[in-house]
Design a protein around this ligand. Structure first.
Ligand SMILES: Cc1cc2nc3c(=O)[nH]c(=O)nc-3n(C[C@H](O)[C@H](O)[C@H](O)COP(=O)(O)OP(=O)(O)OC[C@H]3O[C@@H](n4cnc5c(N)ncnc54)[C@H](O)[C@@H]3O)c2cc1C
Length: 480
């Protein structure tokens, strides 16, 4: 189906993704007394730790470091403004890892998999605690996570994640739902059976990122915005070089997310894919009609997952659809109208009762897909550089944990966090360029074609299916 602006029902809105900041971030900036950016770095300074990247990973790292060592001088360098990247653009799903048991067990074994899940659950709670403690109203709501199958093939996946949770001794974490039980929480004609994971909280992500920034500034953390780091000399000491100055510090943290595709130390650990979100006008009465008033996060089981949630004023933020894969972060991650149309098409398909509700906004951003689709945290040679990477579109809760792990690694503390199985693992690598980005782009389109065929009740084209399955055949934990 080809979609025009009229079919999208844009109601006269100039919906140009990338032309403006995400709706979340515009709301968050509007609520700030003083939203002026922190000044760019214009001199040569020293610090104990320099953090490159002012998204959740960098901000939580600075938070945990300063909490542990209030006298430590931490400098955060952000090329845009804090929360200007995916941390202020995402769906706001802070979700548990109990649905990831399959991959986690194959990587780390059963006990370590459960330990990793518990650590993520602790982070979800800790984000809520942070909001309460620091009076950050980021709309934190712990209402759980609903999985809704939209194709017959997906029902088996729901059964499998529930079965596995029972098998490892955590049956309360995931519960099977009949079609009626799914529809009682959120009624769509497309929904079949599903599952409910109790461990899921929604946040307004930009309010959380900006709240973190506010707390850090109050604590004396130095933040320079509008400050791209153009080079990092590892040292030690590490020297982060920017257009107007430099920061010399014994230790440096690379909190770069998908921008790591441009960094030699990390580039083979990820491919960058885009994800897009469309946002409806407020329609609380329609949400009430479909019974979606509990604030649950919802996803389907497409491999190229669709994710959707409600807002306080009764909108739906609906993500997923198409997206591109690329070896550098360019406009295709923020300005891709085709990806917006694909997200909108998914929304219209799942929520036909919202046909007359206009879409008022759309935005996109890059996600850092790892070979295992799970993140890893650790240190890099020569030992004074630290990183967290590979969230694969699921970084809201894990980045809190990443910040804790990195802070402990930086300070040399031997804690439960630093002994988690995803810390300092030997990395799995993608092939070198140009194979990496060509392969990622081809596989991404094949996955979407497979998902779309299944959802429409067709058999996927065998060639597309074979391509979509290639990553698994090559030993990556990606794709069907
Ligand atoms: C559309 C979309 C929807 C998503 N939905 C969800 C969701 O619902 N739930 C979930 O868990 N995850 C979701 N994610 C993923 C989630 O947003 C990320 O995993 C998370 O924000 C990662 O935080 P981060 O700090 O590592 O990355 P970022 O927020 O990307 O921060 C990295 C920062 O580094 C900066 N930077 C890069 N290079 C440089 C440089 N050279 N110098 C200085 N600064 C630099 C960037 O400007 C950026 O601000 C989504 C992502 C997208 C794009």
């Amino acid at each position: 189906m080809s979609l025009t602006a009229a079919a999208l029902n844009l109601a006269g809105h100039a919906l140009t993704p990338g032309a403006q900041r995400s709706w979340w971030l515009r709301e968050a900036l509007a609520a700030e007394k003083d939203s002026a950016p922190q000044a760019p770095l214009t001199s040569e300074i020293s610090a104990d730790v320099v953090v490159i990247g002012g998204g959740f990973t960098g901000l939580w790292t600075a938070y945990h470091l300063t909490q542990a060592k209030p006298d430590m001088k931490v400098v955060v360098l952000e090329q845009d403004i804090c929360g200007g990247g995916p941390s202020g653009r995402n769906g706001g799903f802070a979700s548990g890892w109990w649905d990831e048991l399959d991959g986690l067990i194959s990587l780390y074994g059963r006990d370590e998999a459960v330990r990793a899940c518990r650590a993520i659950s602790d982070s979800i709670n800790a984000i809520g605690e942070f909001c309460r403690l620091h009076k950050v109203d980021a709309w934190y709501k712990h209402a759980g996570y609903l999985y809704a199958a939209t194709a017959p093939q997906h029902e088996a996946i729901a059964e499998e994640i529930v079965r596995l949770a029972g098998e490892v001794g955590v049956p309360d974490e995931l519960q099977a739902l009949s079609p009626q039980e799914v529809k009682a929480r959120c009624d769509s004609p497309a929904f079949r059976s599903g599952a409910f994971m109790r461990d899921g909280a929604s946040v307004q992500p930009a309010l959380l990122a900006r709240g973190l920034r506010r707390v850090l500034l109050e604590w004396g953390v130095i933040i320079h915005e509008g400050t791209p780091v153009t080079r990092l000399d590892a040292g030690p000491p590490a020297v982060a070089i920017t257009a107007g100055g430099s920061v010399r510090a014994p230790k440096a943290v690379l909190a770069l997310n998908a921008w790591a595709v441009g960094w030699p130390q990390l580039r083979r650990r990820l491919v960058a894919w885009s994800s897009y979100i469309v946002l409806t006008a407020p329609a609380p009465e329609k949400l009430a009609k479909i019974g979606w008033t509990g604030g649950e996060l919802v996803t389907d089981f497409r491999t190229s997952v669709r994710y959707f949630r409600t807002t306080r004023d009764g909108r739906i933020a609906f993500g997923g659809g198409g997206g591109r894969a690329s070896s550098r972060i360019d406009d295709s991650f923020t300005h891709d109208m085709r990806a917006v149309e694909e997200a909108a098409e998914g929304f219209r398909r799942l929520f036909p009762s919202f046909a007359d509700v206009p879409l008022e906004d759309a935005w996109g951003g890059p996600i850092d897909v790892s070979p295992t689709h799970l993140p890893t945290f650790g240190s890099l040679a020569p030992g004074n550089l630290f990183y967290a990477l590979g969230y694969t579109g699921n970084g809201v809760a894990p980045s809190h944990l990443a910040g804790k792990v990195i802070a402990d690694l930086v300070t040399g503390a031997d804690t439960d966090s630093t002994r988690l199985p995803m810390v300092n693992r030997k990395p799995r690598l993608f092939p070198p360029e140009p194979l990496r980005s060509i392969g990622a782009a081809v596989v991404r389109r094949a996955i979407i074609a497979k998902d779309t065929a299944e959802e429409r009740g067709h058999h996927p084209n065998p060639v597309m299916l074979a391509i979509a399955r290639m990553p698994r055949r090559m030993g990556y934990l990606l794709g069907p």
